[in-house]
Design a protein around this ligand. Structure first.
Ligand SMILES: [Zn+2]
Length: 362
């Protein structure tokens, strides 16, 4: 059949092989979906009018997307809206929804329609006769779309703050009807959960969060101070002595479980590999002697000098040795005992004195 006058075209999703010319098909409208789309579409007309009432006639529609569960509305405006402007637009929009304005549809010649104040979009192409959709005597636009019969069917409209989507173009997102109800319920649930977590009434949440942020900042500062004090205390955990050119380093560490010999290696490295390293962890200890000194200062002899004061068990062989069971409170004295031993050990042998020697002078 040849189309008569203006044809209506339907787009369908189906494999091409399934549909042949001459097939009869039945098109049905998804009524709930269409009603939800109509609510959002009518709401964009009311939003358009509300924006122009609040911001001036320059706030002209630049595009929109109407879906069953949300709509976006783009309009020309040179700057971001203030919070107060958004509030005024929202209040006016919802006031006109509650006013339950009757929708009217007229078909008029284009010029007549424009003359009666219907809003036309400059970048749209219109035919000779146009369809004009009005809500009460308030919002009047050229439009071919689907609409509610009375604005009250929209229920409620929630609009977002606007954002820029290009030079001089702003976008507002909007939910109406059941989608708006869902958004409110979701927001309420989040507030209730936050209230439960923070144990406070939803209206007190902002103050509670600010108080928590202040608390976190204070704790962070405390933690930084403690870390600094620990670092300073950490170096006090290190004792050093020098006896006849030999460096003795005693390092206390926290680690109770690990093998202490690797620590002793590290400490000896700090002494440039020349000296004696002693590592204490609680009641355990390890010794390491630099290799050039090991002949004169065997680790085992040093350990025995140490244990004479600190107690415990253990011994060594060559450069290294370790043990445990010492009295941690006696470590300082035991360290002195090691220093005395080293001093004695490195003292040059006494010259034979003439009085005690039997040799006499030549
Ligand atoms: Zn429209």
């Amino acid at each position: 059949m040849q189309p008569q006058g203006e044809a209506i075209r339907h787009r369908v999703e189906m494999p091409p092989a399934k549909l042949k010319p001459g097939d009869h098909v039945h098109a049905a409208v998804d009524a709930p979906r269409r009603r939800a789309v109509a609510r959002h579409h009518s709401a964009t007309h009311l939003l358009h009018r509300a924006l122009r009432d609040v911001l001036g006639e320059g706030a002209v529609q630049a595009g929109s997307s109407v879906q069953p569960d949300y709509a976006t509305f783009d309009f020309r405006f040179p700057r971001a809206l203030t919070a107060e402007e958004v509030d005024r637009v929202s209040a006016l929009l919802n006031e006109k929804i509650r006013a339950n304005l009757v929708r009217r549809v007229e078909e008029l010649p284009l010029e007549e329609a424009i003359a009666t104040g219907a809003v036309a979009l400059f970048d749209e192409k219109y035919g000779e006769r146009v369809r004009v959709v009005s809500f009460g005597d308030w919002a009047r636009e050229l439009c071919g779309g689907t609409h509610v019969e009375r604005s009250g069917e929209i229920g409620i409209a929630l609009i977002s703050t606007d954002r820029s989507i290009g030079a001089g173009v702003r976008r507002i997102e909007m939910r109406v009807g059941a989608a708006a109800e869902q958004q409110i319920r979701n927001a309420e649930r989040v507030l209730r959960e936050l209230g439960d977590i923070l144990r406070t009434a939803p209206s007190e949440l902002p103050a509670r969060v600010v108080a928590l942020q202040t608390e976190v900042k204070r704790l962070e500062k405390d933690a930084a101070n403690l870390r600094q004090r620990l670092a300073a205390g950490g170096s006090a955990q290190l004792e050093e002595a020098e006896v006849d050119g030999v460096r003795l380093i005693l390092q206390r560490v926290d680690d109770q479980e690990k093998d202490l010999l690797p620590y002793a290696d590290q400490v000896l490295n700090r002494a440039n590999g020349n000296g004696v390293a002693i590592v204490i962890a609680g009641r355990n200890f390890a010794f390491k002697v630099a290799s050039p000194l090991a002949d004169r200062l065997p680790a085992n002899d040093l350990i025995q000098a140490f244990r004479k004061v600190a107690g415990g068990k253990g011994g060594g062989r060559g450069q290294v040795g370790q043990g445990g069971g010492i009295d941690p409170n006696r470590v300082d004295d035991a360290f002195k005992s090691v220093q005395d031993f080293v001093r004695k050990q490195l003292k040059p042998p006494p010259r034979p004195s003439p009085a005690s020697g039997g040799g006499g002078n030549p």
